[in-house]
Ligand binder design. Sequence first.
Ligand SMILES: [Zn+2]
Length: 336
Amino acid sequence: MPLVPMKQILDEAAKKQYGVPHFNVNNMEQAQAIMRAADVASSPVIMAASRGALKYSDLIFLRNIMMACVEKYSKLPVALHLDHGNNLESVKTAISLGFTSVMIDGSLKEDAKTPTTFEENVKVTKECVEYAHPFGVTVEGELGTLGGIEDGVGSGQVHLTNPDQVEKFLKLTNVDALAVAIGTSHGAYKFKIKPDPDKNLLAMDIIREIHKRCPKLHMVMHGSSSVPSDLLDEINKYGGKIPPTYGVPLWAIKEGIVAGVRKINVDTDLRLAATAAIRKFLHENPEKFDPREYLAPAREAMIKIVRERYTEFGSAGHAFDYEPISLDDAKKFYRK
Ligand SMILES: [Zn+2]
């Protein structure tokens, strides 16, 4: 079973300069959508569980759904990733569940709301790296804070990442990947007006600068759903009330990938796709009540979005470029 450390997926993406989508997962249909689309697209998979998702599913249900994905799609390289760990405890829990990658979001205190100082961030991140690397587990940190709030994570304030600090942070912590704040935000409400391709939407110069100074560090764009307008229209057509909003357009994400971003976190787009399909189905079939009947079209709608992301970010077709490595192989790497 190629359950691989996330570092391998990102190292390989860096060699060929493509991006890999990270999809959050909360239930079986979502997990199946991610895998079915990856299977068709031949893409490596980064499947992520947030603390909120783990709590919702009593840890073990979601963990076993994720493991079922690895078992069923035994040829695809899959990394299981903890999204926004808030302390060493959450990292330890994820590793004990079999995750091959963890994020420690040291940009915020344990409450996942209050921004930390640089020193506090270094301290908790270093602690987590020292714990995770001997297991061969990849670690993603975060420097700078994003706007927006999702799953209770976020200060609501934006502090863009400072490239000077990144160099220092990397030396002090030895993280494998780093979430950078360049103007994206969590949730569906990212931009109030339609992003203009002729104006700078995101701070790409920060990405370029970090990539130049720390070429081996894998940069991560959080809060990077595109919030497709056709899905918003569909939801609102069938009784939804989502105010006008814009996400991160694909052209901006592609710019990020060219500048050195390797992982792009997508969550909201799958939520929107599922909600639109369920609303439509129930509106057109008011007499139906079998959850399978409305969850199946929701799953199809998510497959479509996921496939598009694998293709657009460039990871499609790369699942079999390399021999998957195990956590034991990664352990040896970190010992060096
Ligand atoms: Zn995030």
